[in-house]
Design a protein around this ligand. Sequence first.
Ligand code: PXP
Length: 239
Amino acid sequence: MRTKLSVNINKVATIRNARGGNNPDILKVAKDCELFGADGITVHPRPDERHIRRDDVLALQGVLRTEFNIEGYPSKEFMDLVLRVRPSQVTLVPDKPEQLTSDSGWDTEKEQLFLREILNDLREAGIRSSLFIDANPRMAEFAAEAGADRVELYTGPYAHMFAENPEAAIAPFLKTAECVKKLGIGLNAGHDLSLENLKYFTDVITWVDEVSIGHALICDALYMGLEATVTAYKKCLIK
Ligand code: PXP
């Protein structure tokens, strides 16, 4: 099994929005990422539309040839949008509207009833679901019980500890990933993954279905160019 790379293009929209207009053109960037080997495109439309806007999501659905992953908090507006667009995957995150970026996963035990209903709506619409969780086997178990098709492990803590002690950094992720495998649901990972820490993560946890990467990849593209960058990230995923 090969781990898929989904490129998160939020940051590209941030640059575009800084000046109004349509430069850079996020539809072109998304199509080019696909051309250069990305297996999917991820966006996170936030209520204040500070990067990806609702109209971007609708436009992207018409042009993408690979997997489209939409992340977000399942507000009524978000659910109306994803049920209209019907992307390949919806990743539910517990973010508050004003939050800078996702910084923790769901409490899948406490939010069980709420999540169950939302996950059911996604299943009925034929959309694969994923729940963003911390590296905690218990959260994976309750995610599976709520009916999630996959979980996405929040890899921020792994990335922050990686340089200091890779083995200690990955230990809770490996434990949770083993639990996810036993539960028979899919496994995604994302947040703060980079050219430094990605290969080790997917070499140790070989059954990751998909990683979604934005910030570091777009930063690398400033120096390396988009094609070389996507190629370099894909190379990290070769077993
Ligand atoms: N996964 C989720 C749920 C996220 O919210 C984000 C950031 O939008 C990412 C992955 C990607 O994180 P990064 O931009 O640090 O690669």
